[in-house]
Design a protein around this ligand. Structure first.
Ligand code: ATP
Length: 231
């Protein structure tokens, strides 16, 4: 279980988070929703140790991870798929996957597991990552994060810029990860996607969590979407 407790973070002098708290449990999809610039990406970066916390803490299964150096955080089992995917474009699909496996010393069984999840990557093992389509790059970024055999997966707008067929595929993989017992924290702008897969929703506004509810409650009272997102 990932616990984020009252985190505050800044980019230099610019304060971006003023207290964000939530819990992501195994086998559950938690969506962070909020307007542009609300602090969703910053929240994920802060969990990964990429921004120093001035207050608050993050813990995984009871162990504090917020004081770890950034390269240690994935080793504890938190996979992060940043917005824009950040692959090694010159390296092949196989080499990008290899980089993922190395982080936690995973081997052939994990490699086969991720390639079975994404058969399309198996067909393109020798291709340079930078020449993959947008959807294939998202698959590779997800596959690389799964090479950690993560307990927690943080996904930042995974469907951005993708066609409907690809969005469906990514959504199916997220649901499969949930079924595997991974705790998933998803930042997603597509409200329709959120409504179909989220278990719980946390609204972020001006760097704070301002509301939270079960997805079922939100479906019953979609007025909250207007309040917090203007849709
Ligand atoms: P979006 O939906 O547009 O991606 P977001 O909710 O993910 O938005 P963040 O990217 O977390 O928002 O941004 C939160 C605030 O921090 C914004 O005011 C943004 O301008 C600021 N910010 C983000 N990155 C930096 C940076 N590198 N330097 C300074 N300020 C930043």
């Amino acid at each position: 279980m990932l616990e984020v407790q009252g985190i505050h973070a800044a980019y230099g002098q610019v304060q971006a988070l003023y207290g964000v708290s939530f819990t992501a449990r195994a086998g559950e999809i938690l969506c962070l929703l909020g307007r542009n610039g609300a602090g969703k990406t910053t929240t994920l970066k802060s969990i990964m140790g990429l921004l120093p916390l001035s207050e608050g803490q993050v813990s995984l299964d009871g162990d504090q991870i917020s004081s770890l150096p950034p390269h240690e955080v994935p080793r504890r089992g938190i996979g992060y798929i940043p917005q824009g995917r950040r692959l090694f474009p010159e390296l092949s699909v196989a080499e990008n996957i290899e980089m993922g496996l190395m982080t936690r010393g995973e081997g052939k069984a994990t490699r086969e597991w991720v390639l079975d999840l994404f058969p399309r990557l198996r067909e393109r093992l020798g291709q340079a990552a930078g020449t993959l389509s947008g959807g294939e790059q998202q698959m590779l970024a997800t596959a690389r994060a799964l090479c950690l055999r993560p307990k927690v997966l943080l996904l930042d707008e995974p469907t951005e810029g993708l066609q409907p067929s690809m969005i469906k595929l990514i959504r199916d993989v997220v649901l499969k990860m949930k079924a595997e017992g991974i705790a998933i924290v998803l930042v997603e702008q597509r409200v329709d996607t959120v409504m179909t897969i989220a278990d719980r929703v946390v609204f972020i506004e001006n760097g704070r969590d301002v509301d939270r509810m079960d997805a079922a409650e939100l479906k019953a009272d979609p007025g909250k979407l207007r309040t917090y997102l203007g849709v």
